[in-house]
Design a protein around this ligand. Structure first.
Ligand SMILES: C[S@@+](CC[C@H](N)C(=O)[O-])C[C@H]1O[C@@H](n2cnc3c(N)ncnc32)[C@H](O)[C@@H]1O
Length: 386
């Protein structure tokens, strides 16, 4: 067993993903009592500290950690947010995490690996300066860093691309190689550009395999069977008077003709002062969000009966879209939507940790660190904007 600490633990879906791989959670922290309740109902209270990360010190942590994970708040980094980046009050909680990590390395020994997760906008936030600052701090602690985007839709029927910063202690990164510069699903143009523009950072690439192309399940496969007279279905009048732009209204028309199994998901958005319904057109759910405001709840548009019916997705459907269908739900729908909407996608994290850190679960001989750049570096082309 390797031991890990889970920061920004939320309801615990990082733990849900990686404990079955052989990682044992020995510390978890989150500020939100409602999420902590869901966490504790699944995993118990042991190791869970419900507090502001700013209040933690190195003495609060166990002294033999192999991995630290941090899926820190995305509000200030996401398109829908305010774009304050890591200066923002929420996403800026990465700084106390990094300070705690530095204190830990100074007092004990550097954990073998770190794993950070956030929205893909992290790569370009403040023109790349935010990510560069984070990478700089991590490299000062003796790590090599890989960057990869993993999308939940490769595992479950939900679009949820997320950036993972994968840091390996340099004595353990002997199999890592300089970034190839090739744009792939895992390492997109923004990552390649960032790598090309930050040559002084110890950026590497781990030999990750090709991820799956599509989820084995479709949206229709994860839906609950909610009786037609259930109160969660909108009244006919409410459905009829929902405003939609033509493109979205024609998607409803297509559903009525049987495309995409007759079902799609929808968000309500305010466009030019008017609330409108917007449907996805690609057979999967949109990215789940934490359900704080009315517009962040995701709805099902169900045309299988020959007329459009609308209801919010259930907490269990949210859980399934995060690949956590069996997770106990001991809270009401809004709280479940909030907890699962803000969480990570379990099979996506499992896939990544298995392939990036799986070798740490075996005893491998330690070798000399690799150089991080080759002559005739292919990243030259990316940095030059080609
Ligand atoms: C993206 S969510 C993490 C979700 C989690 N990985 C999961 O699977 O449920 C970010 C989390 O950071 C927590 N958070 C926000 N500010 C915090 C702070 N100052 N200290 C500790 N946790 C904080 C939020 O409560 C939220 O659960």
């Amino acid at each position: 067993m390797q031991r890990f600490a889970e920061f920004f633990s939320g309801i615990g879906l990082v733990r849900e993903a990686i404990e079955p791989l052989g990682w044992s959670c020995v510390f978890a922290n989150d500020i939100a009592p409602d999420k902590a309740r869901m966490y504790a109902d699944r995993f118990g209270h042991d190791h869970l500290v419900v507090d502001d990360i700013n209040n933690l010190t190195v003495d609060d942590l166990p002294n033999d950690l192999d991995l630290l994970t941090a899926s820190f708040p995305c509000i200030d980094l996401s398109l829908a947010g305010n774009r304050r980046g890591l200066d923002g009050e929420h996403s800026g909680t990465i700084w106390p995490f990094l300070e705690l990590t530095a204190d830990y390395v100074a007092k004990w020994t550097a954990p073998k690996a770190l794993l950070l997760e956030n929205v893909t906008g992290f790569v370009t936030s403040h023109g790349g300066r935010d990510l560069a600052e984070v990478c700089g701090r991590i490299s000062d602690l003796g790590y090599r860093i890989d960057l990869a985007v993993v999308d939940a839709k490769w595992f479950t029927p939900q679009s949820r691309p997320r950036l993972f910063l994968i840091a390996l202690r340099e004595d353990l990164a002997t199999h890592a190689f300089p970034p190839t510069g090739e744009v792939t699903r895992l390492r997109n143009t923004a990552i390649r550009r960032f790598q090309g523009e930050h040559r002084s950072l110890p950026l590497v690439e781990l030999p990750l395999p090709e991820p799956p192309h599509t989820s084995p399940k479709r949206l229709i496969d994860i839906l609950d069977d909610i009786p037609a007279n259930h109160e969660s279905w909108w009244a006919e009048e409410q459905v009829r008077t929902l405003a939609m732009h033509d493109r979205h209204a024609s998607r409803v028309g297509a559903l009525l003709l049987g495309t995409r199994d007759g079902v799609a998901t929808m968000y309500r958005r305010v466009r030019q002062g008017r609330t409108v319904g917007e449907l996805r057109s690609d057979s999967i759910a949109g990215c789940l969000r934490t359900a704080n405001g009315g517009s962040s709840v995701q709805f099902l548009v169900d045309c299988r009966s020959g007329r459009p019916r609308i209801r919010p997705l259930t907490g269990r459907e949210y859980a399934r879209l995060q690949g956590a269908g069996d997770f106990p739900i001991t809270v009401g729908r809004r709280q479940a939507q909030s907890g699962f909407g803000d969480a990570v996608c379990v099979p996506a994290v499992k896939w990544l940790v298995n392939h990036a850190f799986g070798f740490l679960l075996q005893d491998l001989p330690q070798r000399e660190p690799v150089q991080t750049r080759f002559a005739n570096d292919p990243l030259d082309a990316v940095a030059a904007g080609s």
